[in-house]
Design a protein around this ligand. Sequence first.
Ligand code: URA
Length: 188
Amino acid sequence: MAPGTELADLALEAAGCTRCALAGGRTQVVFGVGDPEADLMFVGEAPGRDEDLQGQPFVGRSGKLLDRLLIEELGVDRSRCYIANVVKCRPPDNRDPKADEIAACRPYLAEQLRLIHPKVVVTLGNFATKLLLGTELGITKVRGKAYPQDGWQLVPTYHPAAALRSGGVVLAEMRADLIRAKQLVGWS
Ligand code: URA
């Protein structure tokens, strides 16, 4: 089977998803984008307005920062990675995703991880980190190291929106986390 076929099939299935109430308010499902065989995967929270309109994750202000950090710290553009979110549909008014929405969407993320089988997953912010690390601890408590999983490494870092809001130390720590991810992937 050609690389990416199963992922493309899953994206087609997700495009018609009605597993939670977010289906009623979305323009389109934002499934994920990038190399289906990527060694490095990013997982964010949920699509915002720009993502909902364009159908791709991280295309607004947060995404522009992520793209810039990828170039500056890893020397790659997003096409070398895979980028997805915890929930694939935009929550109204960009509110936080609810527990039942996360639970309904979780099988898609689990399948993305299984099919892409990246070496390293960078979780961006609390929602992705809590879900994939299975912790209740906040991002500031858990970031700063890698967590070995079953065949891959989890590197938690801030959501780019937090770096945009706070700059300074948060941005510097995010850069350090990305360098950690780069080393674990073997790109340095
Ligand atoms: N924030 C996210 O968590 N994901 C996106 O795709 C865009 C903004």
